[in-house]
Write a protein that binds this ligand. Structure first.
Ligand SMILES: Nc1nc2c(ncn2[C@@H]2O[C@H](COP(=O)(O)OP(=O)(O)O[C@H]3O[C@H](CO)[C@@H](O)[C@H](O)[C@@H]3O)[C@@H](O)[C@H]2O)c(=O)[nH]1
Ligand SMILES: [Mg+2]
Length: 203
């Protein structure tokens, strides 16, 4: 199982007496964490902060170096809708929450088949990132993966039993980059992975 090396030495003397109270635990857990924080001037204060999260997540950008295409997905995102953005429809990389007892790699392969119908095997790790460090404890493992047309084995579209309705969107890499510039793509994971391919010159 993936584990980030913890840098406890940095915070050892600054943070003490960490306690947590669960405020809500329906889909994910919302905790109120209390802790003693010692400021640079030596003063210590008891602080409280809300932290939200479920499991960690994965996201993957499949790319085809021969056709210079990438495969994205389009789906309704209620948090975006509530924020008043783009009618709530978001163009994104494949991704989701890691199931219990699943490795990030197995999760990437499962989500790719469920959401866009591709069977991928050559996955390449890019990074593990926090998307909203002031709110979320979730860490998202980011990947890119080469695919060919032969890897399309199912229609995709997401799981009906999870009320998912996903449109598969195969598009040229250049077109995807333009969609970042014109704000059609505003999901951070998607922007990171498209720019990763560009910087590395992988496509
Ligand atoms: N987030 C969320 N999802 C819910 C809820 N109730 C049901 N779901 C359903 O659970 C499924 C989750 O699908 P995934 O593919 O696993 O996740 P995702 O929504 O694509 O991924 C996003 O949310 C994950 C947490 O749920 C994150 O781990 C991931 O990084 C990303 O932000 C979706 O069909 C979603 O509608 C809820 O209260 N909250
Ligand atoms: Mg998903």
């Amino acid at each position: 199982m993936w584990k980030r090396e913890k840098h406890l030495e940095v915070t050892d003397n600054k943070i003490k007496n960490v306690t947590s109270k669960v405020l809500s635990n329906i889909w994910a857990k919302l905790e109120q964490v209390s802790f003693d924080f010692t400021f640079k001037n030596g003063k210590t204060e008891r602080l409280r902060h809300e932290v939200y999260g479920k499991a960690d997540g994965v996201a993957v950008l499949p790319y085809n170096p021969t056709t210079k295409n990438v495969v994205l997905s389009k789906q309704f995102r209620i948090p975006m809708y509530v924020a008043g953005v783009k009618n709530g429809f978001s163009i994104e990389v494949v991704g989701g929450s890691i199931d219990k007892n699943e490795s990030p790699e197995t999760s990437v392969i499962r989500e790719t088949k469920e959401e866009i119908g591709y069977s991928i095997s050559e996955i390449e790790k890019v990074s593990t990132v926090f998307l909203s460090p002031g709110l979320m404890r979730e860490q998202v493992h980011l990947y890119v993966a080469k695919y060919t047309d032969e890897d399309k084995v199912e229609s995709g579209g997401g799981l009906a039993e999870e009320s998912e309705e996903i449109t598969v969107l195969e598009t040229s890499f250049d077109e995807a980059l333009k969609m970042i510039e014109n704000q059609e793509i505003i999901d951070a994971r998607t922007i990171m992975l498209l720019y990763h391919l560009k910087v590395k010159g992988s496509i």
